[in-house]
Design a protein around this ligand. Sequence first.
Ligand SMILES: [Zn+2]
Length: 93
Amino acid sequence: MTQKNSSKQTQMRRCVSCREIKHKSEFLRIVKLADGNIFVDETGKAQGRGAYVCRLEKCALELKKRRRLDKQFKTKVPDEIYNHIVDLFTEHF
Ligand SMILES: [Zn+2]
């Protein structure tokens, strides 16, 4: 057997809201760049310190309510970032 068991363990991430551990592809990544800028990393490839949150409305709302990113990034994250993330996972009627 030559099946490649690539470093699956290192691909696991934890949601900053619900603390569940899943494969990183299941999360939305938020990144803090070296210059302090924080943005939603749609590609998951940006350089910088990352935070991960489930692609679920409940986790997005929890993230905003408890300002989880502030703690994660040790800085005040702008409301627009939180609102953007909630927006991504909220159904608009
Ligand atoms: Zn979650």
